[in-house]
Design a protein around this ligand. Structure first.
Ligand SMILES: [Ca+2]
Ligand SMILES: [Ca+2]
Length: 296
């Protein structure tokens, strides 16, 4: 819920809206025309087709907060309501990239180590995640043996799978308030669905700060203000940000991009007094494809 609020907040601050009226018109009509019955599967199919059309019509060379897909889209369907929230996954760090082949990727490890420090999460949990993912059954400081099962020893398939890893409780997963300040949980900063490159147009300040030791809170804030005015068209445009230098840019360049490839759509379907939740993971390369879809 917190994540959604943050997305709405950032979305409303973005202020860059292309063809909003026309897009919304096509979008609403697409859903409206499709709905003949209250049959929930029909509605969820329509909603997922609408999301595909929306992502296909978006400029794939750049993705930023403020684009149409990034806004909360409530669609009135007469007999009910559909609320669509889409988050690109490249705004997050992907823990699956901690392991390259059989080994730890030291540079990615440094990025995650900084992330855990920034969020004040016990570094032992990072080791638990690594041992969960890495293919061997030897502990690298983390947990391999669990009471009811063993560490998976392969990549994370879903975000919820993190909950199986030792030490990841509600506070660490969802976030917590420390000294009157909200510290985000892992679900707000990491995702196993991303392609591994952080989109500097959508990443939060915590993710940006993790990328390099010299990106402090003030530089991360400068990046956020810069892109709110003018989204990054190329990663090299970062050099124009106050406080950025070519050394930092050189170091983070392999880990960043200005576009996204994977999107998670959270769709609330309200029909009369019934409420459903539809979650769709989509991958967009040449065309947008549904990777999986879950209806609750
Ligand atoms: Ca775009
Ligand atoms: Ca292991």
């Amino acid at each position: 819920m917190i994540l959604i609020v943050v997305i709405i907040l950032i979305g409303s601050l973005g202020g860059i809206v292309l063809n909003l009226t026309e897009d919304r018109y096509i979008f609403e009509n697409y859903i409206k025309n499709k709905i003949e019955t209250e049959e929930i599967f029909l509605i969820s199919d329509s909603a997922s087709e609408a999301v595909i059309k929306l992502l296909d019509s978006d400029d794939k060379n750049i993705d930023y907060i403020g684009e149409f897909w990034s806004q909360t889209l409530p669609v009135d369907i007469g007999k009910g309501k559909v609320i669509i929230e889409i988050a690109d996954q490249e705004r997050y760090l992907n823990p699956n990239y901690l392991i390259k082949g059989k080994n730890l990727d030291q540079k990615m490890y440094n990025i995650f180590e900084r992330l855990f420090t920034i969020l004040e999460i016990n570094p032992k949990i990072l080791n638990n995640i690594i041992d969960w993912i890495d293919p061997d059954s030897f502990s690298s400081g983390g947990e391999e043996e669990y009471q009811l099962f063993k560490a998976k020893n392969s990549k994370l398939d879903t975000l919820d799978e993190l909950r199986l890893i030792k030490g990841i409780d509600d506070h660490i997963f969802n976030g917590t308030i420390k000294n009157g300040e909200f510290k985000p949980g892992l679900r707000s900063v990491i995702s196993p669905y991303s392609n591994g490159k952080v989109n500097i147009n959508t990443a939060s300040k915590w993710v940006l700060m993790s990328l390099d030791q010299d990106i402090d809170e003030s530089l991360a804030s400068n990046i956020l203000s810069y892109r709110a005015e003018k989204p990054f068209k190329r990663v090299d445009d970062l050099i124009n940000v106050d406080g950025m230098n070519s050394d930092i840019l050189y170091r983070i360049k392999p880990y960043i991009d200005v576009k996204s490839q994977n999107f998670l759509a959270n769709i609330e379907l309200i029909i009369g007094d019934r409420k459903y939740k539809l979650v769709i993971l989509l991958n967009r390369s040449a065309k947008t494809k549904v990777i999986w879809k879950k209806l609750y």
